[in-house]
Write a protein that binds this ligand. Structure first.
Ligand code: CP
Length: 296
């Protein structure tokens, strides 16, 4: 693997290997075992052109755990404010000595473009409405650790799917690993061309779900709440009570409590939201380690 810009380019065996490596690294972290310094003497540059808490910090910590030097770029304190283009910024960061670039950007395709401009390995940390492949890897690792496997799982993804880069990457990862998927959303938030089953009714969809995966309304990408969305789609205590006893609740974060999920559900024992965050560092370590193999 030269870069990790899309989940769609990952074959099943490669994805299974990344899931296995992530699970082992998570166990190592829990045991307090030292990590192999696969990025010693290397530099990782975090280029986040959009806000982030868990993705940016977990890439940062993952790189540090593997022995890398980490430099972090913020557009508001960089020469971006003086008009420097993304291409010139990427080439500059690469010339300074970055070996791997992590890119979050509002333009779909920006991480792939950075990889072509610089010739360096790039990890997509979220691009526009396109993809968020390491979040999807976090999610399938979380499902695997909970259920033992993604194969055969029935996953309901609910909320603002149309504007969600997470849904795109996650849908592919679940399908490749043998799980099944249904998108539940108001009609305006269902994708027009998709192979995934869709419904506008959440309640019947969740009755035999293994996983209910909730999405935030992506207001920064054009999502707006209309009509009775909150009433029909918010996972509150009474709706969550209709789930099978074994079912888990997931959310990539940040959550908008009281909109797509209620406090009592977000903080309930079946919520895996914090567990998803805990898997963020080992997942990004597994991706970096994979990329390190092809560094010169
Ligand atoms: N899930 C996710 O991408 O969260 P952040 O925006 O906090 O990184």
């Amino acid at each position: 693997m030269k870069s990790f810009t899309t989940m769609k380019a990952i074959a099943a065996d490669e994805l299974e290997r990344l899931v296995g490596d992530s699970c082992r690294l998570r166990d190592d972290i829990e045991r307090g075992s030292p990590s192999e310094p696969t990025l010693a003497e290397r530099c990782v540059a975090n280029l986040f052109f959009e806000p982030s808490t868990r993705t940016r910090l977990s890439f940062d910590l993952a790189a540090q755990r593997l022995g890398a030097r980490v430099v972090t770029f913020s557009p508001e304190t960089s020469s971006t404010v003086k008009g420097e283009s993304l291409r010139d910024t990427a080439i500059t960061v690469s010339a300074i000595g970055a070996d791997i670039l992590v890119v979050r950007h509002s333009d779909s395709g920006a991480p792939q473009a950075v990889s072509e401009w610089t010739g360096k390995p790039v990890v997509n940390a979220g691009d526009g409405m396109n993809e968020h492949p390491t979040q999807a890897l976090v999610d399938v690792v979380t499902m695997t650790r909970h259920f033992g496997s993604v194969s055969g799982l029935r996953v309901v993804v609910a909320g603002d799917i149309a504007h969600s880069r997470v849904a795109n990457s996650l849908g592919h990862a679940i399908t490749v690993l043998g799980g099944s998927l249904i998108y539940a959303a108001p009609r305006q938030w269902l994708p027009e061309n998709t192979d995934v089953a869709t419904t506008t009714l959440l309640d019947p969809a969740i009755e035999d779900a293994d996983v209910v995966y909730l999405l935030r309304v992506q207001t920064e990408r054009g999502g707006t709440i209309t009509g009775d969305y909150v009433e029909q789609f918010r996972l509150d205590v009474s709706r969550a009570a209709r789930l099978p006893e074994h079912a888990i609740i997931m959310h990539p974060g940040p959550m908008n409590r009281g909109v797509e999920i209620d406090d009592a559900v977000a903080d309930s024992p079946r919520s895996q939201v914090t567990e998803q965050v805990r898997n963020g560092v080992p997942v990004r370590m597994a991706v970096f380690s994979e990329l390190a193999r092809s560094l010169p």
